[in-house]
Design a protein around this ligand. Sequence first.
Ligand code: NAD
Length: 483
Amino acid sequence: MRQVEHFIGGRFVDSVDGRTFESISPIDNRAIATVAEGGAADVEKAVKAARNAFESWSTMAPSERKRFLLAVADRIEERADELAEWETRDMGKPISDAKTKDVPRAAYNFRFFAEYACQVGSKAWDRPWDGVFTYELREPVGVVGAISPWNFPLMLLTWKVAPALAFGCTVVAKPAEQSPITASILAEIFAEVDVPPGVFNVVHGFGPDSAGEALTVHPDVDAITFTGESATGRIIMAKAAPTLKKLSFEMGGKSANIVCADADLDAAVAGSIRGIFTNQGEVCLAGSRLLVQRPIYDEFVSRFVERAESIRVGNPLSPDTEMGPLVSAEHLDKVLSYIELAQQEGAKLVTGGRRLDDGPLAEGNYLQPTVFTDADNSMRVCQEEIFGPVEMIMPFEEVDEAIRIANESRFGLAGMVWTRDLDTAHRVARGVKTGTMWVNCFFVRDLRAPFGGYKDSGLGREGGDYSYDFFTEAKAVVIKFPR
Ligand code: NAD
């Protein structure tokens, strides 16, 4: 059993009240770590440490902060195998993904923002005709609370921590309770490369009445960057209202993946498979509503189903596993209940739908890749985020119909369109109300671009200048020159 403590003011500490909880591996539902369970008193200590560190960190030259952040990135790379293994054991993603995608991206988050913060400038407005010169002064927003989810624990935590620190803020992180281990290894890394104490703090625990809530209500936390469910975002917004914090939310999705009749079918099948079954379907950006144009519907569905049936589901620590277990037994039950609901609502189960319980898989939370056809967008299973390896396929006739269906959702996080026609690509990209639209690809990111969601999927944007805007305050300095 690993011991996971808070990291406060550069030291690993237990909770003030000594409470702990267990982190359970989805591979076999056995406990793999005893984790400190933080509450208001622990958050208080962490916020104090972050505030104390703020003055010197925020006034340090960005190039000096870069030195520390690049050292963190180097160390993430040096400890990559260990980080990948714990990520997989903690939340079930295939080790091949953890190694080749999540961990490298975590290191890159630090590299990217460490450099970026050295490049950004500010605007100025000159009015020589009446002797007024105004310029924008950027100042780090202060102490940032970073609340992250379990589906990409290290990658999404670092997506918040890296820009916050690069732009001069200090951070109190609250990782997801289901997958706290890599955040704790990250804290070790911060200690190893001698980042000043208090710059980065981690308090483990839960959301309501626990560390998460304590962070959102704390009067000395200046901003909250949160990734998680839309329902949680609503609660955080209400709880943060009395202290008027800056908020940035990345939340749920039910994205439409639109495959047009003129698409490159090989690419569309491969991309659509990735779009729903990557990370066990536990992906906010998943193309969980698959809209296929009528002329290719039958062929596409048969190829998609054939490929879905060939996905290697198994122990995620095995290098050739393509899909691991769902994060918890509770989450597996939730996804199974949606599979039942889909059938009650009239969708046709064409493959999967069953828990895998042969041999050692019986101990974990394994589910077959599941595909439904004859779905209708008004069904709850097409409107609610299932967050598992379950695809709902429906046909469309005209592209405008696909755009309308895509928009009939309370979410607007991402979308995909597969077509060889540039006009169609533009029409869909413009027509669908969503934060990211991929044309003939999926999951491709440029960290300078805005990332976030419309409607219930997000509040604000992060990435490049958008992160700069969020993690800094802009001050107008107005100088009057005698004429
Ligand atoms: P969640 O909302 O249950 O939890 C996310 C984090 O919020 C956890 O650390 C949790 O402890 C904390 N939390 C919960 N209640 C809280 C409260 N009242 N106050 C403060 N903190 C609280 O989400 P999850 O189940 O961990 O993650 C899955 C969800 O995240 C899905 O909806 C998914 O779409 C979304 N997600 C979105 C993105 C994105 O970029 N838009 C990325 C990944 C995941």
